[in-house]
Design a protein around this ligand. Structure first.
Ligand code: ATP
Length: 962
């Protein structure tokens, strides 16, 4: 079979987004893939991709996928074009469902079954003008082995320890081999090719093969296909031609039949994900390696085929030895029309893999295929020869006005004789084909196949046929010689008659050529000018843009700081009032109310913390995006400065330094975003875990069952009322959605940064250094930057050391004050009665506002406590609230005692001790604050502490002296 007609076309890609499925819904996953309305465009995070079609979700309905993508390929089969439909995507993304190669849930609506229906309908309508023969093969590539799914002897299933269904090849049959024929066609030698006549027979083959496929379970799909499956339909047709009708519009007076053969490969690839995600065990890991090797190869094929330069250099075929690669390559970059269906899951937990799939799929669109019509080589050769002769005849007629009619007549006779001969040969060949087995389609294959399976009695036929081919070749050569002779005559004739005019023509064309060269030269110069102007304009714009961005970042920063302040204040006020209420409620013994409040408080607090964290992450992500954008424009600017002005060395040096600073900043920022990402992932995991427990408890409760013991957080969930549980579930759902959005945004930005980094290091990051001098200057700059950074680091370490020492001192003070406090408490107990009476009178005489001064300042236990609460921990409120409430009670008690000492020192009778108590309480607060505040705020509260001490001294002085 040979290429008779070639056309260029790219691999087409359709994205299929399946809906969220059971497990994903249970885990509270959210959609992270969005479709631009009315366009085949997909958005994920900050990335956006355009494909040929997008199905599912809010794209086109999946039912139209067959009509739009696959039906044209089936039509092409009848014209002799090979075709491939590939399903690509991570495990569980719906490849098997879409193709229908699993022949289970999606089997009835899968693409393969629709292909079969269309094929048989079309054959029915064309059977009066063509004879058809159909064959199918179904193979699986699993762990470096090609398995024939249609050979019942070949497959015997064995169950491995982890529930994986394995297979062993029968020892009776030689293994299937992927071979390349002399004309570069990849074939599968030894695979069963089953002849089918009806739709049911073909569907049986699909079902039998599907049942034999290897499946195993992964974290993401409990019936995961762990292999590549290729279902191939071969369509052979013997087309009856009308005398003037041929596929290419050329007359074919002598040929009455045309033989065409085309193949349709329907490929269900194994999951494209990294082994880590699938949670594969040892065996699965090996599988993963294999699958990933295949897909890596596929990825490389895609990327290399997309790279024009590599194509030109001829280095675009990686892993040359890999059979699998060759097979995939043949499907992807070969001579077939190819449609790739990239299956993706919309769930946010799969965002990373989905992004990878979309990137691959996007690159696949650059692959250029050259589909060919697969026509009988002899028909093809005849057609070519006829075309040449017709052309020559027309040429001769035009040049000589019919002067060579005798010779033409002779030639015509010869052609007629040749064609008659050819027709006879074609007839013999077709007869031979009809009689021969279906495995003898390609001559080259039949030679190799015969060796493999022993001699056939068709050898004699072959020899006879070979002889005929040689005869035909000789005839062909004779016709070619005739053609060359005619061409020479045509040229001779033209040279004699047009000698003079040819000379003039030559002169004219030479002049024209030189003028054209001048014009080209001028055009080039003009283009250079325009280019320079454009570069200048671009760098001006980039600088202005950067300036604007800096201003807007500054404004945003100020706004953010303001917002954080406001929120902290709101939170402080709310917490103070809430704790007051809480204490009240507890006193009244309203436990339920207390629990409810506790829960509401927990929800609100966690949400606030999450929002703040998300805002921080968003700011870091935004900054990273801006830096990456800025990198692009500064790279342009640098190259413009580097090329444009060789004398302005200083500005070039400055721009190199800016570039270095910028790169360092990007690195730090990427680190920050990655850190935020890790934190956010932990938060998300904790939320998911709690949500799952609450849901489980709810489910069991609704069925009146007792929840199984042993899960973390179960007892807390059980102690909650149904309403409280529902409220908590809703709140967790809300928080999960916030967390997901933030994760997707960060993920997308990080992947962008990694990609750019890769591209950047591939181009060679130091390429912009023009000379050794530049390099030395930049090294000098780096050295001084590093020295600065180290000095700062040393200073910071010193500061930390000092602070640690201060902290140790404070701890000592606290211990002493604790001892003193205990002493005072002992004393107080002894005098409890008179003190209580005095307290009552003191409280009525001096209402709350007197001690608000001391408790509402930054040293107050309320905001101090809040610092600890801000640290996120998923789960139902713990003892911290009780602790906080107790500490408030205790603090107030002490404050009141303090006031008592100030206002009624005599009544207490222990002025000195009470004052000490007040002071030790103050130190306790100090320690409390120290424990929960960030260490770098130490100086701030030491200052505050001094002010408080001053105020206290003031008060002390104001006290009446007794
Ligand atoms: N369009 C869809 N509508 C509803 N459910 C779907 C759809 N696509 C896939 N599913 C479901 O998703 C699950 C995974 O699908 P499938 O087995 O086809 O994935 P896969 O990509 O072939 O996975 P693997 O690579 O692991 O074999 C199945 O339970 C399937 O029923």
């Amino acid at each position: 079979m040979e290429a008779a007609c070639v056309e260029d076309c790219c691999v087409k890609v359709a994205v299929h987004i399946r809906p969220l499925i059971g497990d994903e819904k249970l885990q509270g996953c959210k959609d992270c893939v969005f479709i631009v309305p009315g366009k085949p465009q997909v958005q994920i995070g900050s990335h956006s991709f355009t494909f040929d079609h997008v199905y599912g979700s809010s794209g086109s309905p999946s039912v139209t996928m067959f009509e739009e993508c696959v039906a044209p390929l089936v039509d092409g089969l009848f014209q002799g074009y090979n075709a491939t439909v590939l399903a690509y995507g991570q495990t569980g993304s719906g490849k098997t469902y879409t193709m229908g190669t699993g022949f289970k849930d999606g089997g009835q609506t899968g693409l393969v079954l629709q292909v079969m229906n269309t094929l048989f309908n079309k054959i029915e309508t064309l059977k009066h003008q063509s004879e058809f023969q159909l064959h199918v093969s179904f193979i699986e590539i699993h762990k470096e082995e090609v398995i024939d799914l249609l050979d019942p002897d070949c497959i015997s299933k064995s169950e491995t320890t982890n529930g994986h269904t394995g297979k062993v090849a029968s020892p009776r049959k030689p293994p299937i081999q992927i071979r390349e024929t002399s004309n570069g066609v990849i074939t599968l030698a030894g695979s069963t090719e089953r002849s089918v006549k009806t739709l049911n027979e073909m569907a049986d083959c699909l079902e039998q093969g599907s049942l034999n496929r290897a499946t195993g379970s992964t974290n993401m799909n409990n019936q995961s296909s762990r292999s590549h499956a290729i279902f191939t339909i071969t369509l052979e047709q013997m087309r009856k031609l009308n005398p003037t009708d041929s596929n290419d519009g050329h007359s074919s007076e002598c040929m009455t039949e045309e033989y065409l053969c085309a193949k349709l490969h329907l490929v269900d690839l194994a999951g494209s994900e990294r082994a880590k995600r699938t949670g594969s065990d040892g065996l699965r890991f090996k599988e993963g390696v294999h699958i990933n090797k295949g897909l890596l190869a596929l990825g490389n094929v895609i990327s290399a085929l997309g790279d024009e330069k590599k194509q030109r250099e001829g280095t675009h075929v990686p892993y040359r030895d890999s059979k699998l690669t060759r097979l995939l390559q043949d499907s992807l970059g070969g001579n077939s029309r190819t449609f790739m269906i990239a299956c993706i899951s919309p769930a946010d937990i799969n965002a990373e893999e989905t992004l990878n799939t979309l990137k691959y799929a996007n690159r696949a669109r650059n692959i250029q295929n050259k589909p060919v019509i697969n026509r009988d080589p002899m028909s093809n050769e005849m057609l070519k020869m006829r075309q040449q002769l017709e052309y020559l005849q027309a040429e001769l007629r035009a040049r000589s006005g019919g002067g060579f009619s005798d010779e033409i007549q002779v030639l015509k006779d010869k052609i007629a004789w040749l064609e008659a001969n050819n027709e006879e040969l074609s007839r013999q060949l077709n007869e031979y084909r009809r009689r021969g087995s279906s495995t003898e389609k390609y001559e080259t294959e039949v030679k190799s196949e015969m060796k493999l399976y022993g001699g056939f009695d068709t050898m004699a036929l072959k020899q006879h046929f070979g002889k005929k081919i040689i005869e035909l070749e000789e005839e062909k050569r004779a016709v070619q010689q005739e053609r060359d002779r005619l061409l020479a005559e045509v040229e001779n004739c033209a040279a004699n008659s047009d000698g003079l005019s040819r000379k003039l023509q030559d002169m004219h064309s030479q002049k024209l050529k030189s003028l054209e060269a001048q014009i080209q030269d001028l055009k080039k110069k003009q283009e250079n000018q325009v280019q320079l102007l454009k570069q200048k304009q671009e760098s001006d714009e980039a600088a202005k843009h950067l300036e604007d961005e800096i201003q807007s970042i500054k404004a945003q920063k100020a706004q953010l700081q303001q917002k954080i302040k406001q929120e902290a204040e709101q939170f402080r006020l709310w917490k103070a009032s809430w704790e007051k209420e809480l204490v009240q409620l507890r006193k009244e013994g309203r436990r339920n109310e207390y629990e409810r409040h506790k829960l509401v408080a927990l929800n609100q607090r966690q949400k606030m913390v999450l929002q703040r964290k998300t805002e921080e992450a968003a700011t870091a992500t935004k900054r990273l995006k801006e830096l990456l954008e800025a990198r692009k424009s500064s790279a342009r600017e640098n190259s413009a400065t580097g090329k444009g002005n060789g004398t302005n060395g200083q500005s070039y040096e400055k721009s190199l330094q800016r570039w270095l600073d910028h790169e360092l900043e990007i690195m730090v920022n990427v680190h920050e975003v990655r850190h935020e990402y890790e934190k956010q992932s932990q938060v998300r995991a904790a939320l998911e875990e709690e949500l799952a427990v609450l849901r489980q408890v709810n489910e069991f409760a609704s069925k009146g069952l007792i929840s199984p013991k042993g899960k973390k957080g179960l007892s807390r969930a059980l102690s909650m009322s149904p309403n409280a549980r529902m409220a908590r579930i809703a709140s967790l759902g809300n928080m999960l959605s916030i967390s997901s959005k933030s994760l997707v945004a960060m993920d997308s930005q990080l992947s962008e940064a990694e990609e750019r980094d890769r591209a950047f290091s591939n181009r060679g990051c130091w390429n912009q250094l023009r000379s050794m001098g530049d390099a030395k200057n930049l090294l000098q700059y780096m050295f001084s930057s590093l020295a600065d950074a180290r000095c700062q680091h040393w200073e910071k370490e010193l500061e930390i050391k000092e602070m640690k020492e201060q902290m140790r001192e404070l701890i000592g003070v606290l211990r002493q004050s604790e001892i003193r406090r205990k002493e005072v408490e002992k004393d107080l107990k002894v005098r409890e009665k008179p003190v209580t009476i005095s307290l009552a009178s003191s409280a009525s005489a001096y209402p709350d506002k007197h001690f608000v001064d001391d408790t509402s300042g930054p040293l107050s236990p309320v905001p101090v406590r809040a610092q600890k609460q801000l640290k996120y921990s998923a789960g139902i409120a713990s003892a911290s609230f009780r602790e906080a409430a107790t500490s408030i009670d205790q603090t107030r008690k002490m404050e009141q005692l303090g006031q008592l000492s100030m206002k009624k020192p005599k009544a207490a009778g222990q002025g000195g001790k009470l004052w000490r108590c007040k002071r030790s309480h103050h130190q306790w607060l100090l320690q409390f604050k120290w424990k929960w505040q960030k260490p770098w705020r130490l100086s701030e509260w030491i200052r505050h502490d001094n002010e408080t001490m001053m105020r206290a001294r003031h008060r002390k002085r104001a006290l009446p002296s007794h």
